[in-house]
Design a protein around this ligand. Structure first.
Ligand SMILES: [Zn+2]
Length: 457
């Protein structure tokens, strides 16, 4: 499936390009960005006008004239191989989504399917300017191979259920994956992936916390994604799901001066005010996935409350079976719209608050200086070509990006200085062969004979 990413062009400079600052909402024009060994080494104004003809003759130099350079977007929570189940569970709530569809279809999923589904989802992310993902799923050895071939950055968690017959075998498989693959690629990291407090009893969570401490691995877990979960947790345990994560050690207190993220917390959408306080004081980052909540009929003021609590928030797509797309610019747009509309306050979820969330996940992945095009940051970069009608007249680049950016505006994408998308075309995989394989797998998964879900939600 791979065309061999090792032959891909190594970019050494991007010249004549505009660079927006998403925190201060200003733009530096006509800049030159130099790259060595996958890292940005200088960002300076172009000294004299350099003609395109000259640039074309310099290998590794990209002409950014008329384009905008931004960091690669980071998807902080995904189940990438669920591209294969896209469109299989629609117009239903979360309960039916799991029990009537997804946990029935997933029983037929093979490791080879995970490889193909991950390639497909990874291709979609790259074509949308997403260069890194925290992926939480099964058969992560196969997902590893897919991301390696795509040339993307990834943080992989093997999903662990703490209930059922296969708890020990699955945990064993995850641990074997961790020891076999950790450190094998500088671009691919590994985390422990306990599913959630509702599918992992406290003693199981404590076991995973112990392993993650001993092995110095992050954790990636779901919690408080719908109101029902919080209600059941309060009724049966007298605690919120976030309090359970604090009490079992999944959420660790943040140490002064230490910015490292120890836990990726997917959703926390129904966090209470006291939960937000716990989150703000812990070394976690929350992955906000607005499209999934909207699809399940949920909308409320999570984002304004999270922003004012000081808790770290990044954006995720969740799996395409609940979200359809793997587009972080779209997640940013929906986060801003839901934040404003659910709070009834147009002055919240501002451009300078929401746009940086597209890159906030870089911190969890340990990427230095991530989120701005500055020296020392990895050369995970996206060139935007804003030459489409909805981007004109271009009076406010920041509003145009948040409210209008589309995959059609993604011109080039590189990870660690290596060109993976050029002129809107994916260089690292054969997209057509992938499409045919994915269709065949999807047909097989939905024609399953299983009539009961593998878990009960
Ligand atoms: Zn999820």
């Amino acid at each position: 499936m791979s065309s061999g990413h090792n032959q891909q062009l190594e970019i050494t400079e991007i010249r004549n390009v505009k660079i927006p600052d998403f925190l201060n909402l200003n733009i530096a024009g006509n800049m030159s960005v130099k790259i060595r060994d996958g890292v940005i080494v200088s960002v300076e104004p172009v000294k004299s006008d350099t003609r395109i003809k000259d640039i074309a003759s310099e290998p590794g130099v990209v002409d950014g004239s008329g384009m905008v350079l931004i960091p690669g977007m980071v998807n902080m929570h995904a189940h990438t191989a669920m591209t294969l189940l896209r469109g299989t569970a629609e117009d239903c709530d979360a309960l039916d989504w799991f029990n009537k569809y997804i946990w029935i279809y997933e029983q037929g999923l093979t490791p080879d399917d995970v490889y193909i589904g991950t390639l497909l989802g990874g291709a979609e992310m790259l074509l949308n300017g997403v260069t890194a993902v925290a992926d939480h799923y099964f058969a992560m050895d196969r997902a590893w191979r897919a991301y390696d071939e795509l040339g993307m950055r990834a943080d992989l968690s093997w999903a662990l259920f703490g209930l059922g017959d296969s708890v020990e075998a699955n945990l064993q498989a995850a641990l074997e994956f961790n020891s076999g693959y950790r450190g094998k690629s500088p671009r691919i990291d590994i985390s422990m992936g306990p599913h959630s407090p509702y599918l992992c009893p406290d003693d199981f969570l404590r076991r995973i916390v112990k392993i993650s401490e001993d092995e110095n691995l992050k954790m990636h877990i779901h919690a408080a994604e719908d109101a029902r979960q919080v209600e059941i947790s309060m009724r049966e345990r007298g605690k919120t799901p976030i309090e359970i994560l604090r009490d079992t050690g999944v959420l660790r207190p943040r140490q002064a001066g230490d910015e490292a993220v120890s836990t990726i917390l997917a959703h926390a959408f129904y966090a209470s005010d006291s939960d937000f306080k716990i989150m703000a004081e812990s070394s976690c980052i929350t992955a906000h996935c607005p499209k999934t909540y909207l699809r399940f009929g949920d909308s409320h003021d999570f984002l304004p409350r999270a922003l004012s609590s000081g808790a770290g928030v990044a954006l995720g797509t969740d799996g395409p079976a609940s979200n359809s797309t793997m587009n972080i610019a779209e997640a940013a747009r929906l986060a801003a719209l839901m934040g404003k509309s659910a709070s009834g306050n147009a002055e919240t979820a501002r451009l300078s608050e929401v746009l940086p969330m597209m890159f906030a996940g870089g911190k969890a992945l340990g990427l230095p200086n991530y989120g701005a095009v500055v020296p020392g940051a990895p050369a995970d970069l996206v060139l935007l070509d804003l030459n489409t009608p909805e981007m004109f007249p271009g009076t406010n680049l920041f509003a145009d990006i948040l409210y209008g950016l589309d995959g059609r505006n993604i011109h080039s994408v590189m990870v660690a200085g290596r060109l993976l998308v050029e002129d809107g075309k994916l260089l690292s995989v054969d997209y057509k062969a992938l499409r045919d394989e994915a269709q065949a797998i999807a047909g097989r998964l939905v024609s399953t004979e299983a009539d009961a879900p593998m878990q009960e939600y």
